[in-house]
Design a protein around this ligand. Sequence first.
Ligand SMILES: NC(=O)c1ccc[n+]([C@@H]2O[C@H](COP(=O)([O-])OP(=O)(O)OC[C@H]3O[C@@H](n4cnc5c(N)ncnc54)[C@H](OP(=O)(O)O)[C@@H]3O)[C@@H](O)[C@H]2O)c1
Length: 242
Amino acid sequence: MPYSLRDKRVLIVGSGSDIAAALVTDLLREGARVTLAGRNIEKTASATKALGDAVRPLSLDLSDEESIRAAADQVRAAGGLDHLVSVATERANGPVASLERGALHAAFDAKVVGPILLAKHFARLIAEEGSLLFFSGLAAWRPSPGLAAMAATNGSVSTLASALAVELAPTRVNALSPGVIDTSNWDVVAADKQELFRQVAASAPARRVGDPSDVSAAARALLVNPYINGETLHVDGGARWS
Ligand SMILES: NC(=O)c1ccc[n+]([C@@H]2O[C@H](COP(=O)([O-])OP(=O)(O)OC[C@H]3O[C@@H](n4cnc5c(N)ncnc54)[C@H](OP(=O)(O)O)[C@@H]3O)[C@@H](O)[C@H]2O)c1
């Protein structure tokens, strides 16, 4: 059936993410076969267990090419893949004068170098009409002080998606750029999450922050539509224009 993910094999990288959890839940509901990958296999196994017995855990660290190669070998042995999604991120936030090289490298590994290596090792395992999907973010499109590294990594994701779409054709490659989404990472990142959400909701044209289900629905559209390619889909309630 066209535009269906039933029985499609989907690998999602970034096992601790609430957005990944929402996507896994929606994909399972639709009958997809989901593997969830993370750099810490114990954490990943417990995340998959929480999402249901059907989800397979896989060890994969985007900062370690050998782990990416080993994960690809396992996927090849299991028969390949229809879609690969990476939601992974590492934040290197703060005034540019305070940024540490190690944190910058981790941020670029998660969003730029890692996705390039995913393409290197997984693209040949993707079935006809399959795709790669990488996660960008609003910081690239609406820069603010303290988020220079995040702007650079997220902007690179978008550029990478269109470049890879050309190089890996006919495998499709897209990017998704969320705005502020109500996820647990804001408990750590924001000094006052509720106040931040209130301010975002007041200024965003959608008049609310996003929900992981908003992002999951958009990710699904990018996976199933065989004519969306090299695109960056913004799921930010119009926040780029506020
Ligand atoms: N939430 C938002 O409001 C928002 C806004 C704009 C953009 N986005 C984008 O949407 C995506 C998902 O966001 P989120 O908030 O749900 O993410 P999150 O909670 O921060 O989770 C990110 C995940 O990436 C994993 N990761 C980091 N480095 C990795 C590596 N080297 N190898 C493998 N995994 C690695 C982390 O693993 P561990 O669990 O091991 O730490 C974590 O599970 C991200 O790309 C983010 O930039 C989100």
